[in-house]
Design a protein around this ligand. Structure first.
Ligand code: AOF
Ligand code: ZN
Length: 357
């Protein structure tokens, strides 16, 4: 099952709106075939492994990270595929939460195939693999990771706005792992105006899924020659309903797609924007900054995971990494759980998930 998880991860960043899934077929103690879900519309993990095994699948055990699907979607049901191939036993890592696809284990059992959940330790790993997908399926919005790069005292720029290179190269490289995973990189228009980031979804020539570059830009202030419009990958600018239509046309001509959404105080509502991204099939998104957008995200309670890169530098004053209203009381503070820390050259990364009470 661990190998199946490893296989599933090979398509990290490419599978949305579908989950990452891996499958290993074992017979007489030997792996006879492997599969993973590479892209929506392409074969499911089980189908890929069954194809590789051919006739040899008869009597084998299938280890799948997710319960085999039971529906005719973009591809035929894997439950039928496993039954037709004569597989003897199916071990799966977690139940399918997709109401359209569920019921595979039951169908297998009805056909006389032993279908069982994997041991509990492995189940946790399989659940972690598709955590954003499960969240998106249940909450109708993508999983949101807030990425912070800041000084030891929580600033992201000096009082005059200088912000380049707070963290070192190791931290930046690690940050790109997050970009690889996510379906969209979201920034605020303030960041575009101040830093003109490229948000290059293919840093260091890695084969990374072309994440959607999203700018939250109420008044469509993004310049038509912004760097992010020139780097690879599509750009979506989300403005407010009242935004100027000539600006919208100019940005469209520069290659951006524009979505205008309602919201109070001339700003598109962040929850609305996330629902919109979900409706486009996005499952796992990250907010890169700046402080105003991150503040709005924390205040709106939409952050699910945090990656905080902290450099051993202090400013004493400056632009805070998160500039929102903050919690009303200590009890309302954003508490992380499943915390992991990494040392990256002189910097540290603290990451964790939002504790849900
Ligand atoms: C996958 N890959 O390997 C497995 C999935 O988009 P469809 O019609 O191919 O179906 C997607 C659903 O199938 C998905 O939401 C999940 O419930 C189920 N299993 N999906 O994309 C796979 N095994
Ligand atoms: Zn399937």
């Amino acid at each position: 099952m661990r190998r199946a998880i490893e296989l599933a991860r090979q398509a990290e960043g490419f599978t949305h709106p579908n989950p990452m899934v891996g499958c290993v077929l074992v017979k007489d103690g030997k792996v006879i075939a492997e599969g993973f879900h590479a892209r929506p519309g392409e074969a499911h993990a089980e189908a890929m492994a069954l194809k590789e095994a051919g006739e040899n699948a008869r009597g084998a055990t299938a280890y799948v990270t997710l319960e085999p699907c039971n529906h005719y979607g973009r591809t035929p049901p894997c439950s039928h595929g496993l039954i037709d191939a004569g597989v003897a036993r199916v071990v799966y890592g977690m139940r399918d939460v997709n109401p359209v696809a569920e019921g595979g284990a039951e169908a297998l059992r009805k056909a006389g195939i032993a279908a069982e959940l994997a041991p509990v330790e492995v189940r946790a790993e399989c659940a972690a693999l598709v955590r954003p997908w499960v969240h998106a399926m249940k909450c109708w919005r993508p999983w949101v990771t807030a990425k912070l790069a800041m000084t030891l005292d929580g600033y992201t720029a000096t009082p005059s706005g200088e912000s380049k290179w707070i963290t070192g190269p190791e931290a930046r490289r690690r940050g790109h792992d997050l970009r690889q995973r996510t379906d969209a990189i979201i920034v605020g228009s303030g960041t575009v105006l101040a830093d003109d980031p490229g948000l290059d979804p293919r840093p260091e020539g890695r084969d990374v899924a072309p994440s959607l570059k999203v700018v939250m830009d109420s008044g469509l202030r993004t310049p038509v020659d912004a760097k992010l419009l020139a780097t690879p990958g599509p750009v979506l600018i989300i403005g407010h309903d009242d935004a100027d239509h000539d600006r919208a046309s100019a940005l469209e001509a520069a290659g951006a797609e524009i979505a205008l959404l309602p919201g109070a105080d001339g700003r598109p509502d962040l929850k609305e924007a996330l629902r919109y991204l979900h409706s486009r099939g996005l499952v796992d998104v990250m907010i890169e900054g700046g402080g105003t957008l991150l503040g709005a995200a924390f205040d709106a309670g939409v952050v699910d995971e945090v990656w905080a890169f902290v450099a051993p530098v202090l400013f004493g004053a400056g632009r805070p990494a998160i500039a929102g209203r903050g919690p009303e009381s200590l009890a309302d503070a954003f508490q992380l759980t499943k915390v992991e820390t990494e040392t990256l050259g002189p910097d540290i990364l603290v990451r964790g998930l939002k504790e849900r009470t």
